[in-house]
Design a protein around this ligand. Sequence first.
Ligand SMILES: Cc1cc2nc3c(=O)[nH]c(=O)nc-3n(C[C@H](O)[C@H](O)[C@H](O)COP(=O)(O)O)c2cc1C
Length: 178
Amino acid sequence: MNKTIEDILNRRSIRAYLDKPVPEDDLKTIVKAGIYAPSAKNRQDWHFTVITNKETIDQLSAMAVVGMKRIGLEPKEDAHIFYHAPVVIIISSKIAGFSSVNVGCAIENIALAAKALGYGSCIVGQTRYMYHKANKIDVDKLIKIPEGYEHDVAICLGYPNEEPEAKPRKENIVDYIL
Ligand SMILES: Cc1cc2nc3c(=O)[nH]c(=O)nc-3n(C[C@H](O)[C@H](O)[C@H](O)COP(=O)(O)O)c2cc1C
């Protein structure tokens, strides 16, 4: 099968990682794949914050967990929203028409580039709970979100330490007009 199609079909959300850093060259290639995603009118109104500092990754996860508790959710005591992955990439964008679609394109490019280079990844929307814990300006400053941009979603990645089965896909969700 074509390698790109194979990577698309075999990508899984990975929720267990080896305690092993991702080499800088690979990380740069993965981020570049995000930057080369399409965007409406080629606006590229997005920003990527690449975090490999373990203390910061743990801090962000802890903030999200406190935020979850604040709104009545009950995360596990040892919950880590990034599954202790060695890399977290936070994507933010200027909220405008199609910005979430653009970010979706970028984050999937990142997930697929990671897969192509032998890494696992998991898109993480739970970062949004960080904003229930702390002042928005403080969070934005901590994760270096530019003025006028809003945090969208994150992705964690690293060497996978599990091989999950594919989750079944829904049927009857495609119509063809031939
Ligand atoms: C926008 C978005 C947000 C997600 N947020 C989380 C998350 O916070 N935590 C998590 O473990 N997985 C998260 N996921 C991963 C989904 O749970 C996963 O993609 C889905 O269960 C299908 O599994 P697969 O990726 O292995 O095919 C998210 C996925 C997307 C697209």
